[in-house]
Design a protein around this ligand. Structure first.
Ligand SMILES: [Mg+2]
Length: 320
């Protein structure tokens, strides 16, 4: 492993150059500049083979997903991404794999304008850890803790696609419609961090989180941090045509509530900010769906379908 420096050899030449990076890859540490009036937001996520992605996932997709899940956390904080660091654990030095992986990483880095500023490689089971850093104006970071009863709950995009995509990838579910199949697999392998929504929500949302573990699990973090409850109307959950046309409605609901890996944003908005929200989303050309509201019933998540209580079976969805 020590014969050559993987980070320098495979990643340095491909890295984009941001003006706020004074010293990048190649020294003992990176030196960077934070813009005036901005706070630094840092987040880390690890993707472990066999746990967070299937072992046969193309390295290009693994790289892009590793970046996306980290940028999704920055989006949930209302931050604008700037830099990433990479820690790679590899069973062997497979140059073809590294070539494809570093190409995928570079494409995403260019697209999101983030610079790889450092990294490290060790020998071990395949695992990718990325640390992402970004900026948010002082006092404007979106958090989980400032929501209040009465606030409306919204989600971006559609839910449940990645969950069904995983079952398709695992051959637990077979689809005849190849267009739907490739859409759902793409939603699993190439999630979209909702960065523009995140930054647009600064000073508008009372709380925000990204949906990585499933709506039911993730909204509970907001309920706990903000000491609230919530009523969610499952018939309002945004679902793609691919999901709705591929499984029964009750299954589609299960995927949407609990499958996770969607990397959409869930956020809350007070009554006073709702008008402002609509203008902001329209100006940014992004869509979010109203799915319910917060209540004073601390810690309680109430699901309703057609205005009746909805019995949610948490075992409806199984991960790996
Ligand atoms: Mg998160």
């Amino acid at each position: 492993m020590k014969e050559f420096n993987v980070i320098e050899d495979f990643f340095k030449a491909k890295s984009i150059q941001r003006k706020d990076v004074i010293i990048g890859i190649g020294d003992d540490g990176a030196v960077t500049r934070i813009p005036q009036g901005q706070a630094l937001v840092t987040t880390t996520d690890t993707l472990l083979s066999g746990v967070h992605f299937l072992a046969d996932t193309p390295p290009h997709a693994i790289a892009q997903k590793a970046i996306a899940v980290n940028l999704s956390d920055l989006a949930a904080m209302g931050a604008e991404p700037a830099w990433i660091s990479l820690s790679l654990s590899l069973p062997t030095i497979d140059t073809d794999w590294l070539e494809a992986f570093s190409n995928g990483l570079q494409e995403s880095a260019i697209y999101y304008s983030v610079q790889l500023i450092g990294g490290d490689t060790v020998q071990g089971p395949l695992s990718i850890t990325i640390t992402a850093q970004g900026f948010v104006p002082f006092e404007q970071a979106l958090t989980r803790s400032k929501a209040k009863p009465g606030d409306s709950v919204y989600v971006t995009g559609t839910l449940g696609d990645a969950g069904l995509g995983l079952h398709i990838a695992q051959k637990k579910h077979v689809l005849d419609d190849l267009t739907h199949q490739s859409f759902l697999l793409n939603r699993l392998n190439y999630p979209t961090p909702r960065l523009l929504v995140g930054t647009s929500l600064r000073r508008i949302a009372s709380s925000c989180i990204d949906i990585s573990d499933g709506l039911v699990s993730d909204i509970k973090h907001i309920l706990k941090a903000s000491q609230c409850g919530a009523t969610i109307h499952v018939d309002k959950l945004p679902m793609s045509r691919a999901l709705k046309e591929s499984v029964a409605y009750s299954q589609a609901i299960d995927y949407s509530l609990s499958a996770g890996d969607d990397y959409e944003l869930l956020f809350t908005v007070s009554e006073e900010q709702k008008g402002y929200l609509e203008t902001t989303l329209a100006n940014a050309n992004v869509h979010a769906t109203y799915i319910g509201h917060l209540t004073g019933n601390v810690g309680k998540l109430e699901l309703r379908l057609a205005d009746k209580p909805y019995e949610y079976n948490a075992k409806g969805y199984e991960h790996f």
